[in-house]
Design a protein around this ligand. Structure first.
Ligand SMILES: [Zn+2]
Length: 336
C-alpha cells in the first residue's frame, strides 16, 4: 500500500483532511450527472483525490467541446466517442485504484431509482428539469446535492443539504437563470474550473465528515466583470415547497418523454424501444442505408440529416429543432 500513501501524501498532509480523512474518501462514491465541461473537471479532481465515481452522460464528444472539456481529445471528437466512455478511459488512466462506474444514458427517475448507494450527487448538467430531478432524488435519499451552473464567465454554486432548507426548488424563482445556454452565450473554461473546484472542495469537506466547514450560502461569480456575491438564502425557504417541506418530490415520476430538444443545439432526441443495435443495423442494411458502426452507436444519414442511435434506444436527429419532424424521420428509418 506504499504507493497509495505516496499518491495521496500531499492531500493527507493537508490539515483539513489528514490520514483519517483520506481513508474516508477512499470508501466513498459520488454520482456525477453530465460529463460536459463541469462534469469532466470535477470528475478529474475527485478521481485524483481517491473518490469512487458513478458517471453518466447521454451525449458524444464533438470538436466544439475540446476548448473546455478537459477529459477529451481530438481523437475522441473524430471518433464521436460517447462522453461516458471517453471519460472512463481517461479517468482510469489517471487513477487505476478507484472504482468508476460509467453509463451512457439520459438520466431519468427510472434510471436513478435502482441506483445503488451513493454518498453525494453532483450537478454537472445543463438544464433545469434534470437539476430538479437530482434535487428531489438527493432529498429523497437523504444525501446532499451540489448544484452548479455556468455560462459566459458567470457561475453559481449552492449545496442542498437534506434537513436544511432551502432546496434548489425553493430557490428556482430567485436564481438569475435567464435561459441563456453555453451554445447561445458561449462559455470560457476558467469559470467552469472555478465552479467545478468549488463543487470538488465541498465534496471533500462532506465526504471527510467536516460538515461544519460546508458553504451554506449561494455563491455567484462573474470572472470577466470581477464580481462575486455570497448570499444568505436561509430566508428564501418556500413554505409550500413539496421537495424539502412536504417530502413529495414532484420530479420523481416515471416520464420517459418520447422526445427532448438537446440544450442549445439543433438536435432532437427521440426515444425508441430497441433490442440492441444489431437488429437495427440489419434493418438499415436491407434498406440500403450506409451506416457507421461503433460498439456504442449506429450512425447514418437520412434526408441530409445525421442520425445517431445509442444502445439504449435514443436516436439523436441532427439539424432539426421540431420534435414532430424528428419523430417522422425516425419512423421513416426504423418504422413507426
Ligand atoms: Zn425546497
Amino acid at each position: 500500500m506504499t504507493h497509495l500513501s505516496e499518491r495521496y501524501a500531499r492531500q493527507a498532509r493537508f490539515h483539513g483532511i489528514g490520514a483519517d480523512g483520506q481513508a474516508e474518501l477512499m470508501t466513498k462514491r459520488v454520482l456525477v450527472v453530465g460529463l460536459g465541461a463541469l462534469g469532466a473537471a470535477v470528475s478529474d479532481q475527485l478521481v485524483r483525490a481517491g473518490v469512487g465515481l458513478v458517471i453518466v452522460d447521454r451525449d458524444y464528444v464533438e470538436v466544439t467541446n475540446l476548448q473546455r472539456q478537459t477529459l477529451y481529445t481530438e481523437q475522441d471528437a473524430t471518433a464521436e466517442t460517447p462522453k461516458a466512455i471517453a471519460a472512463l478511459e481517461r479517468l482510469r488512466a489517471i487513477n487505476g485504484d478507484v472504482e468508476i462506474d460509467a453509463h451512457i444514458a439520459d438520466v431519468s427517475w427510472d434510471w436513478l431509482r435502482p441506483l445503488p448507494h451513493v454518498d453525494l450527487v453532483l450537478d454537472a448538467t445543463d438544464n433545469v428539469e434534470t437539476r430538479l430531478l437530482l434535487n428531489d432524488f438527493a432529498l429523497e435519499r437523504g444525501i446532499p446535492f451540489l448544484f452548479a451552473s455556468c455560462v459566459g464567465a458567470y457561475g453559481m454554486n449552492y449545496t442542498v443539504l437534506p434537513g436544511e432548507a432551502p432546496c434548489l426548488r425553493c430557490l428556482m424563482r430567485h436564481l438569475p437563470l435567464a435561459g441563456q445556454t453555453c451554445a447561445t452565450a458561449g462559455v470560457v473554461a476558467p469559470i467552469v474550473h472555478h465552479v467545478a473546484s468549488r463543487q470538488a472542495v465541498e465534496a471533500l469537506k462532506y465526504l471527510t465528515g467536516r460538515h461544519e466547514k460546508l458553504e451554506r450560502r449561494l455563491l455567484i461569480e462573474d470572472l470577466w466583470e470581477n464580481q462575486s456575491q455570497r448570499l444568505d438564502v436561509e430566508r428564501l425557504v418556500d413554505a409550500a415547497c413539496p421537495s424539502c417541506q412536504q417530502n413529495e418530490y414532484p420530479s420523481l415520476v416515471s416520464n420517459r418523454q418520447q422526445t427532448a430538444l438537446l440544450c442549445g443545439r439543433d438536435v432532437v432526441q427521440v426515444r425508441r424501444s430497441i433490442e440492441g443495435l444489431e437488429p437495427i443495423a440489419n434493418q438499415l442494411e436491407r434498406a440500403d442505408i450506409t451506416m457507421k458502426k461503433t460498439p456504442f452507436t449506429l450512425e447514418w444519414r437520412w434526408r441530409g440529416h445525421r442520425m445517431l442511435l445509442f444502445k439504449d434506444g435514443r436516436v439523436l436527429v441532427h439539424g432539426v429543432n421540431d420534435p414532430h419532424v424528428a419523430v417522422a424521420m425516425v419512423d421513416e428509418c426504423l418504422g413507426a
